[in-house]
Design a protein. Structure first.
Length: 743
């Protein structure tokens, strides 16, 4: 019994010797796998009671299951192959070579084959409708039993259909695939027609826009005075012509200046020089007049209103000016000048100035007409682009019609040739596997029910639960005492007649534990035996522990201090009514000395003091000074004084008595209370500073083989053998000290 600890009152809730303070754990956490296995062993009848009926019922249901046949077919879904040049026109709706379009096409048609509307089309088919008219909802049943699985990284699908009739299953799957292929082809054709119609509508829109641009360009050109029918700027052309003429005149002026310079360096005396200069000038003016006439003729052809055109007026004025100058030169007979070259140079300068002014004016007009010119140019560019789009779209529509005719002859869904093979053998149910699963499931349900009950059951059934949760020393484990004629005495189960039974050995272990506790903390003469609530065997424990101590040679006194439910008097006093028995109450009241209330028993060294008549004394008498003095006197006379006290919970009696004794012993019955109840009792005793020597686990009904060296045989024969051996032993005198110190 090494490591036993004593819970004693003091400054702390519990004082320990030679061991660290135990930590209370949750009730469920205290249960291990062995606890659940033990529960299964105890409640095997429950496991079988649940598993057997369920397994039998499930087996009957499985045997009555109808056979199921499976028809299957492998199909392939492919999007129509479209030329890359036409893919932009068709788009991804139809498919093409685009991977994303292919994947979307396949995914959409996979949803089709799983759809409810396709199932409704199948059951509405004239070839199938008479075969499924007995079904409540044939479309729903077909939809539920259909399965479609895609092969990895391919466009192939395995389509399966289950049913109880193999012929009907084959017929339904054949019809389903045929209708699916037909609907897929129709859907592709409709999309192609829709695409073609859309392209033709787009072509009409482009052509309409092209006509609108033509009308707008014609109207703009008719209203414009600066742009010709070919879209070129008239001002820009005149500007280029004036620029060219200005350059030529500047070059001519440079040549005349050089000739004048040469004339000054090398003068010539020629009387006919003046006439020659006038003739040259007249010839030059005639050339200009001819050029101006050509320009006016061109303007006449390009404009509708020649007389109102500003350019025509301007060039006409220049022509008139040249003609006037020719007439003026011809009218001059003799006019002296410094030199002919100076007069020619002066004339060229005037012309250059006039042309430069015309150049600047045309530049200003051209800049002013730029927005209108750009607008008309933009319209013409749009018209050209529209024409290109119309031509390209017409070409693509022609090619698409050829593609449409080719695709109309192909199939997007390929189904097996010859149809679906008729299933010959059912695929399910596999009755052997189902029955085995039913057996395992039923057994598992029974095991789970037992484990669940064990999990929610918080009652203390084995000593480890109580010791771990309460942190108390386990002084002994007492099995359930067999109720026989030898063990039943005065309403209690007593081992007086069976001293060599396994139950008597259990109480010897309790005494041995008390001796170990006494070696560490001092002698324990007065010992209070209590429990959390009534009915846990504290009086039986007090009685048998007192008998065990007496057999060991200790002078032992058993004192019944339970004033509420005294019960030990019936064991030892049978010769008179209990109402006339004097006992503890009379001693505490001062009516009798304690020596006159002591009753001897048939067991040597064991005396007994009954309670007396508790009706004549209040409960508070247990806390008086008289009881303390009585216990002191009894401690001096006896080696062991065992007090059978009341229960702890709800009563203050035990808490008061616990302060007057050397130690207290808590009795816990197996399966009687949850840990919460025991924790409350322990807490109340610790609050009253009651020293707890340990715990006795009472009434253990299973796992006794782990707590005894010999086999536990709960039968009357073992008790009778113990009596036969024990009776002779009880008649023999016990040598002094023969059993002192060891049980």
């Amino acid at each position: 019994m090494d490591g036993i600890q004593i819970h004693k009152t003091g400054a702390t809730p519990a004082r320990q010797t030679g061991a660290s303070e135990p930590v209370a754990i949750a009730p469920v956490a205290a249960k291990s796998t062995a606890n659940y296995l033990s529960a299964l062993g105890r409640r095997l009848w429950m496991v079988l009671g649940v598993a057997v009926p369920l397994a039998v019922a499930a087996s009957i249901v499985i045997l009555k299951l109808p056979p199921v046949y499976l028809a299957k077919a492998e199909i392939e879904i492919r999007a129509p192959e479209i030329d890359p040049h036409l893919s932009t026109l068709v788009g991804h709706e139809v498919g093409g070579r685009d991977p994303a379009g292919q994947a979307q096409f396949v995914a959409d048609h996979e949803v089709w084959i799983r759809s409810r509307w396709l199932a409704e089309k199948v059951v509405a088919d004239p070839a199938v409708a008479p075969l499924v008219n007995h079904m409540t909802d044939p479309a729903f049943e077909l939809f539920q039993s259909l399965s479609v699985l895609q092969n990895k990284k391919t466009r192939s699908f395995l389509v399966t259909l289950e049913g109880g009739d193999p012929i009907l299953v084959k017929k339904l799957l054949d019809t389903l695939l045929a209708i699916f292929q037909k609907e897929a082809k129709r859907e592709t054709e409709n999309k192609l027609v829709a695409v073609r119609d859309y392209a033709e509508e787009d072509l009409k829109t482009l052509q309409k826009g092209q006509k609108a641009l033509d009308a707008e360009i014609t109207k703009s050109l008719a209203a414009s005075l600066v742009i010709g029918p070919n879209g070129h700027s008239l001002i820009e052309e005149r500007y280029a012509l004036v620029s060219n003429m200005l350059g030529q005149k500047q070059a001519r002026l440079s040549d005349i200046a050089q000739q004048a310079q040469m004339g000054r360096l090398f003068p010539k005396f020629d009387d006919g020089g003046e006439g020659a200069a006038r003739a040259s000038r007249i010839a030059q003016l005639k050339m200009e007049a001819r050029r101006y006439g050509l320009i006016l003729e061109q303007i006449r052809h390009n404009t509708r209103k020649f007389n109102a055109d500003p350019a025509a007026r301007e060039w006409s004025a220049k022509l008139n000016s040249v003609l006037d100058e020719i007439d003026e030169l011809r009218s001059i007979k003799t006019e002296m000048a410094a030199t002919p070259f100076e007069m020619i140079m002066e004339q060229h300068r005037r012309e250059i100035e006039a042309d430069r002014a015309e150049h600047d004016r045309l530049l200003a007009e051209m800049q002013k007409a730029v927005p209108e010119f750009q607008r008309i140019q933009a319209l013409m560019a749009d018209r050209s682009e529209k024409g290109r789009q119309v031509a390209k779209l017409e070409e693509r529509i022609t090619e698409f019609k050829i593609l449409e005719n080719a695709m109309a002859n192909g199939d997007c869904v390929r189904i097996p040739e010859g149809g679906v093979a008729e299933p010959t053998a059912p695929v399910k149910p596999n009755r052997a596997i189902l029955i085995a699963m039913a057996l395992l499931g039923s057994l598992g349900l029974g095991v789970g029910l037992v484990c669940l009950l064990e999990h929610v059951d918080q009652t203390v059934r084995i000593p480890e639960h109580a010791t771990h949760a309460l942190g108390l020393q386990l002084l002994g484990v007492v099995p359930r005492i067999r109720r026989t004629a030898l063990t039943q005495r005065g309403g209690h189960l007593c081992t007086l007649a069976t001293p060599y039974s396994i139950e008597a050995d259990a109480y010897r272990n309790i005494r041995a534990g008390l001796l170990g506790v006494a070696d560490r903390r001092g002698p324990i003469t007065t010992l209070l035996v209590t429990s959390a609530q009534t009915g846990e065997g504290k009086s039986t424990t007090s009685l048998n522990l007192a008998a065990t101590c007496a057999r060991a040679g200790e002078r032992t006194l058993l004192l019944d201090v339970d004033l509420r439910r005294p019960s030990l008097a019936e064991v030892f006093i049978t010769d008179r009514p209990l109402d006339d028995v004097h006992g503890l109450v009379d001693v505490l009241k001062g009516d009798l000395p304690w020596q006159r209330t002591v009753r001897s028993t048939e067991l040597a060294n064991l005396d007994f003091i009954p309670t007396g008549d508790p009706r004549s004394a209040p409960i508070e008498i247990l806390g008086t000074l008289e009881l303390k003095q009585l216990l002191a006197a009894l401690s001096g006379h006896y080696d062991r004084v065992i007090l059978d006290g009341p229960a702890v919970l709800g009563l203050a009696d035990c808490r008061v008595l616990g302060r007057l004794v050397d130690a207290a012993l808590l009795v816990v019955r197996s399966g009687a209370h949850p840990l919460m109840t025991l924790n409350r009792a322990k807490t109340m005793l610790e609050q009253s500073r009651v020293a707890l020597a340990g715990m006795v686990f009472n009434g253990l009904t299973y796992d006794m083989d782990d707590w005894a060296s010999y086999e536990y045989q709960p039968d009357a024969l073992a008790g009778a053998k113990g009596l036969a051996l024990g009776s002779d032993r009880m008649r023999e005198p016990v040598p002094a000290g023969a059993e002192r110190g060891e049980a």
